[in-house]
Design a protein around this ligand. Sequence first.
Ligand code: PMP
Length: 419
Amino acid sequence: MPTSVDAPDTLTRPFDVAQVRAQFPTLQRTVHGDQPLVYLDNAATSQKPDVVIDRIRAYYAEENSNVHRGVHRLSQVATDAYEGAREKIARFINAAHTHEVIFTRGTTEGINLVAHSLGASHLSAGDEIIVSEMEHHSNIVPWQMLCERVGATLRVIPVSDAGELDYDAYADMLGEQTGLVAIGHISNALGTINPVQQMIADAHAVGALTLIDGAQSTQHSRVDVQALDCDFFCFSGHKMFGPTGIGVLYGKEDLLNAMPPFQGGGDMIDRVSFDGTTYDALPHKFEAGTPHIEGAIGLGAAVDFIEGLDMDAVQAHEADLLAYATEQLQTIDGLRIIGTAQEKASVISFLVGDAHPYDVGTLLDQMGIAVRTGHHCTEPLMDRYGIPGTVRASFALYNTRDDVDRLVQALKRIQPLLS
Ligand code: PMP
């Protein structure tokens, strides 16, 4: 079909998965001798493209210096690169202000920061914090700790057999006693995409604050924090093609300003004296100590990488992988998919007959196929299904139908060994 010369390139160009794969060195390697790697553990962490690896190398080779306060040239270069990454990320999630982007170690630290600081300023005995049964431990344990500290109560939205939130139960829980609703955008264990926009609106209607655990959403979808209207949004660089040890807490300016600092130390102060210390403005108030400079810069490069892709085409590609893998896996005798929500990202948890997930994962690994096994840091969810864990195949934009075929063929080959 002829393409219009006026049409933007991204509308007419099909998603070229081979060209994308070629940018990821790890995807070119073999494991256990000559087995080509089939990497299906993207919900745990994604692989990194050359642009991210090269950017980190360039930082250390040419720009390495501590950020802020330095008068010398390299410190200014490093500071510009670090703060430039913050600007990129603010644009990427459509934050209203760059200083609403706080660098953290990852989603876990972002949630802990909010639990600590919001707990000190906004939540008290009698308040309720709502989470769901499908949350990652990172979005459960900090709230349990906060509840113990301030005397608040944790409420839990139940999950259906299909892996969807019981929305009526959620609506019934909301009330003037609700202080905070903390919900995962996409479940790492089931792939369920939660209706967070509606949940945020309903929470706000009763005056509650909202935090979205976006650990699984920034690699699969466009996130617009202003459209969502969430009060806080946390994510991790390593799950979206960036480095480990870096992540982001987005928070609305007025809330972040009203919250006390999380950690004290260098870089977060305005003036220190033994008569009293005053704190720096956002975002520095929440970034004590020397930050993960190359992590932030590498995450900026990952954002550039994602923004260079046609996200609609990526989403169509991942939807195709999910549909194809779901269909193909169901051709395996005794295979049961855990999590069949209507709205799902490209994450498939399953069990094969009575086989222990660990045995399945170990045998798949021998054939070059990397999946995750276990409870996926969602023990309450596994308890809900009465299972010890699952095998989880999680797909990223660089996976192919061929990867699905290799997984399914391998499962068929190992099946006799499992009974
Ligand atoms: N929430 C969800 C939904 C996750 O999948 C993860 C990582 N598996 C986390 C939180 C924690 O992320 P991190 O370990 O990068 O802090």
